[in-house]
Each structure stands twice: as structure tokens, then as C-alpha cells.
Ligand binder design. Sequence first.
Ligand SMILES: [Ca+2]
Length: 384
Amino acid sequence: MEEKKDKLARVQCLARLVGSGSSNVDHAEPTQPINNTDKFHEEKNTEPEHNKGRRREMKTMYSCGPELAALEHSIRKLENKLLIGTWQVEHLQMYKYFRPFQPAEPESDSAPGVNHNTSGTSDSSDMTQMKPLPPAGSLIVHDKDCSELFDRLRPSSGFYRIRPKSHQDPFLVYCDMEDGGGWTVFQKRRHGKVDFNRDWVDYRDGFGDFKLWNDEFWLGNEHIYSLLLAEGKNLVKIDLMDWDGQKSYAFYDNFKITNEADKYRLQYDMYSGKAGDALAGGGGMVEQWSTSLSGMQFSTRDQDNDRYLQGSCAQENKAGWWFNRCHAANLNGKFYRSGKYKGQYDNGVVWGTWKGLWYSLRHTTMKVRPLVFLDAMGSGAGDI
Ligand SMILES: [Ca+2]
């Protein structure tokens, strides 16, 4: 009987998690779900004789914290897989990605034919057997980023799978094939529907929606790390738009972040552009000492790695970002629909050198492509 209740509680945990698994997850304090549960049971168990059982269930609910976390993690993973699977099928069909599986190039020291066995797939190039859907092993992601995809197929902007490093699993990204083309987008704000005030794991793994052209997302620090690493010398472009439709942009050469062990520390070289070098903090030396983001580690509301000893920049600014003490640029800040805003903290979607700290931007995009691509295509400034 106890076991049954346990299972029931788990199912309820799971049900609640799935119910709140949308992009608009309210990351409430831990007390809130428990209150909700309370309400749920009050509605259900109006008769007093059930109170005992109810209390026992409540106890189980309290004790399933670690399970909740584990379930949440696996749900997020599964959702990601499902999402990728769906897009995989659509885009592979659309762009005729279907090709017979080709095992990786044989290592120079391996005996001839060995790789055939490891692949487990016949090498016969029978393209005709690929209707209507190929087996999973036949789905090859060719491209390390959107620039390779652009070079190869010239597709329109949209979501595609890329694989920056050959040994890692492919993942879904938005490719901006306008503006010179070949941009891999790793941050996007458009309408404020996605909550960017999130924990470390969310920022690490990525969050948001990956379906429509105007969906908002953070690609995830782990993905951004591998992407920027694979680019070699790269160029990051930051596109900005205010609430009057006015646009601006900033370029940064060799934008890099370190790995998780070093808390995804930010590094970049030269700035160019129109919107001002807000990552460097703007202003004079004194301001820059507090607000330059170069060399800063990533912080989230649950991981304070900033240089502000008295408090947490991520908590004040409601964002995960590379805070100093704290910033002159924070594109993951709170989304204010009014543009200009007031408050205790300058926690909007901010690019200080363009619109000041008390103006929250409407659109932001952070995107990257290899520097050599820029040489081939021109300025890359597009129609802005
Ligand atoms: Ca701090």
C-alpha cells in the first residue's frame, strides 16, 4: 500500500512537472508547488476520513525533491530529443539530407574493413531504399555551424541541426541566412514570452522555444562553448532594436567562453559597430572597472560568480550573464514592454552605450560565424 502511495506521489510529481514543462515555466519558490498541491488535495479530499491518507501523501510529496529534480532533468532531455527529432525529419525531408550512412574516415592505424563492422551499417550506396524515412544511422549532420550549411545548400533562415565537434551529438540552432548569411544564433529576445531569469542548469543546457522564426531562446552555455570553439577565429554580431523599430549593432572579434569548470568566462578581442562597446562598460576607467564584462565568469540567480561582493548581480538583474559589478550591457535582462523603465535596479534588456541603462530593448540577437566567412562575403553589416 505504501509503495502504491509512493508511486502515486511520483506520478503526481511527474504530472505537475509535465504540466509546467512549457517555455513559460514559472520558476517559483519551492513553497509554491507545495501550496498548489495543498489546494489540489483540498479540492479532492473534502471528506475528513481521507485526511490521514492525504497527510501521508503530502509527506511523500515533500520527500520527492531529488526525484523531482531528476525527473525534470530527464523530461528536459526528452523534450529536447523530441524537438530535434521533429525538426530533423522536417528539415531532412525539405533539404534532402537523406544519404546512406557513411562511417567516419578510417583511422590510419586501423585495419581495412574494420570500420564497416563498427558502423553496423552497410556501405552500399542504395539511395532508393531511403523512402520515406531513413533509419536513424543514415541521418548525417554535415555541418559544424550555419556557415557551412549556408555554403553547402544556401537554405533560408530557420532551425537546423549542427555539430560543431565531430564526437558530439548534433543540436538544434537557429540559422540566420540573411544579413550576409551563415550566422549561428545563440541568443534571441523578441516578445518577452520566455522567462530569462533562470538557474545555472537552464543557462548551461539552453532554454526557450526552437520552432518559429521569432522564438526566443538561449542556446545554452555548453553549446555556445563548443560552437565558439569550433569556429576558430570568429565574429560575433549583436543585433539590437528599440521600441520605435530603430536598429543598431555591435561586432566583437574572437568571442569565446571557457568551459563550465571555469564558469564560462567571457573573452573577446576587438569591438566595432554602431551601438557602442557596452561589453567593455562604456564610460571611463572607473566605470569600466565595474562594468567591463571581459574576463568575467557567468552568473545565474543560483550561482554568484560576479565581482560584486555585497550581493548577486544575477539576482538583481534577473538574468544569467557575465556580470562584473554589475554591467553596462545585459541582453538577458528583464523584458520591459515600455522601453524606458524605472526600478531599484537597471535590470532591463540593456545595451548601455546605445540607449542607456534605463531603456529595455525590444529585439536582441547574438550570432556568430567564422571570420574567414566575413572576408568572403563582405562587411556582414547587412541591411541595418
Ligand atoms: Ca556577488
